[in-house]
Design a protein around this ligand. Sequence first.
Ligand code: ZN
Ligand code: ZN
Length: 130
Amino acid sequence: MTTPTQASGRCHCGAVRFVARFPSRFVAHCHCASCRRAHGAAFVTWAGFKSDQVAVTAGAEHLAAHESSPQTFRRFCRQCGTKLFFESARWPGETHVVLAAFDEPVDRAPQGHAFAAEHVDWLPFELPKS
Ligand SMILES: [Zn+2]
Ligand SMILES: [Zn+2]
C-alpha cells in the first residue's frame, strides 16, 4: 500500500471539487468569531496548504468569494453555499481548506486551537494549557 500524496474533497452539492496535495502546513480548530459566524458553527477545523498545492478540479465557475475582512476571502459554492476555502493577506500564499469538506484523510490530525479564548461558552471546552 502506498502512502497517499493528496486528498480530494467537495462542496455539499458536489459541483465544486478540489484536490489538496500533501504536505499540509497545519490542521487546527479555529474558534474566531468570524469563522463561527461565516460557517454557522461553534468552530471550524482548517487544513492549511500552500496555495499552489490546492487545485479546483471541477466547478470553478461555481465558486464565489465573500471578503469577510479586508483582503480576506472566504470562497464558497454558489449553488449550495458550502464554504470551502479561506485566503487572507495575513497568511500570504496559503489556502486554508475546511477539513470537513474532504472525502479522504489528510496527512495529519488537528494539532491545536486558534483563537481559543474566543470559544463559545456553549461548547464544552477547556482552554489548552500552554
Ligand atoms: Zn455546491
Ligand atoms: Zn477563524
